[in-house]
Ligand binder design. Structure first.
Ligand SMILES: [Zn+2]
Ligand SMILES: [Zn+2]
Length: 199
């Protein structure tokens, strides 16, 4: 069976107003995020170069293995960036683009102070241009595939010859649902009992 990777918006930005919500949720669960010293150091230097001292002191980049289809996230005011480890399997431009996209969010918010800014508004676009990704889009898609399960068990309907594939074996006696519905008012009939196939 061939399934196409679902294309979904890959970048999201979580912004929590520190005026309305004084207590902030922790950005990452323990044990799922790994700090990346190299990428953090790059962000620190970049922020220093832009004279954003507080951001350079507090910024941290980590890998979060719980992220499924989102490439990156930025957390404010935690000043944290989380990246999807699947980026490591893609050409390195994708990683840098995602990192810069997220860093641009933090730069835009750092500069805005308490002024409200749109997540992908002019401040963010300006920061993207400074980071070398002038035409960055609010959302881009990456060819992430959902985790693929190996289907090791196959069952054949002797009536319609449909083969059902399963990750786990079926322990109960089961019949073809489509045939039971079509020919037996949805009730089980042994004539449509599925036959286990060797795979
Ligand atoms: Zn964004
Ligand atoms: Zn059938």
């Amino acid at each position: 069976m061939l399934r196409m990777g679902r294309l979904m918006p890959q970048l999201e930005f979580r912004w929590v107003s520190w005026l309305r919500v004084p207590a902030l949720p922790a950005p990452v669960q323990e044990g799922t995020a790994k700090q990346d010293c190299r990428l953090t150091a790059w962000c620190v230097e970049t922020c220093k170069g832009l004279y954003l001292n507080e951001l350079s002191r507090r910024i941290g980049v980590s890998w979060n293995s719980r992220m499924q289809t989102t490439a990156g996230r930025a957390w404010w005011p935690d000043r944290a960036i989380e990246l999807n480890p699947k980026l490591k399997d893609l050409p390195s431009e994708e990683l840098w683009r995602t990192l810069k996209h997220e860093l641009a969010h933090l730069i835009a918010y750092e500069r805005a102070g308490r002024r409200h800014t749109d997540p992908h508004g002019p401040e963010w676009q300006a920061a993207c241009a400074e980071l070398g990704i002038p035409n960055e889009q609010p959302f881009h898609t990456l060819p992430f595939k959902r985790r693929k399960m190996k289907r090791n068990y196959a069952y054949l309907c002797p009536n319609c010859l449909t083969v059902l594939q399963r990750v786990k074996p079926i322990r109960r006696t089961v019949a073809c649902y489509a045939c039971c519905r079509k020919f037996n008012n949805g009730a089980y009939h042994s004539r449509y009992r599925l036959i286990a196939q060797r795979t």
